[in-house]
Design a protein. Structure first.
Length: 139
């Protein structure tokens, strides 16, 4: 600049040289920066994938442990039901008495629901189960 504040030709050339220097510098540095940045992004993606894989493994292990515990509980429940059935059957005179007890309980349940059941014993002591089918036709 001269003393009147005007830009001289030398100042324009110097300014152009500085601008070109920064353009050249950025052209040399930017590709390396991009490679460096992509490397960091790749490492971050790899770390995320590894963490996701570990989470999936932990969840699968937890699901397997829960399934094992559920199976143990079901086996214990089945053993308890079997033992209870054996105790009841023995108290009622064996499996025949237990089945008769369950039949009578079924009759009670049907009666409480408003169903009319007529029990007609036969010589063998078994009920006639088909007699209830004709009842609706008689009404």
């Amino acid at each position: 600049m001269d003393r009147f504040g005007r830009i001289t030709a030398g100042g324009i050339v110097a300014l152009a040289a500085v601008v070109l220097f920064f353009i050249g510098l950025s052209m040399a540095v930017m590709p390396r920066y991009n490679v460096w940045q992509q490397g960091l992004e790749g490492k971050a993606a790899l770390a995320r994938a590894e963490q996701d894989r570990q989470i999936a493994i932990y969840e699968a292990d937890a699901a397997a442990a829960a399934a094992d515990r559920w199976a143990e509980a079901e086996v214990a429940r089945a053993r308890g039901v079997a033992e209870a059935n054996r105790i009841i059957a023995d108290g009622l005179g064996g499996p025949e008495g237990y089945l008769r007890y369950l039949y009578i309980e079924g009759l009670k349940d049907a009666r409480s629901e408003g169903v009319q059941i007529i029990y007609v014993p036969t010589e063998a002591g078994l009920p006639i189960l088909e007699a209830g089918r004709a009842a609706p036709a008689l009404k």
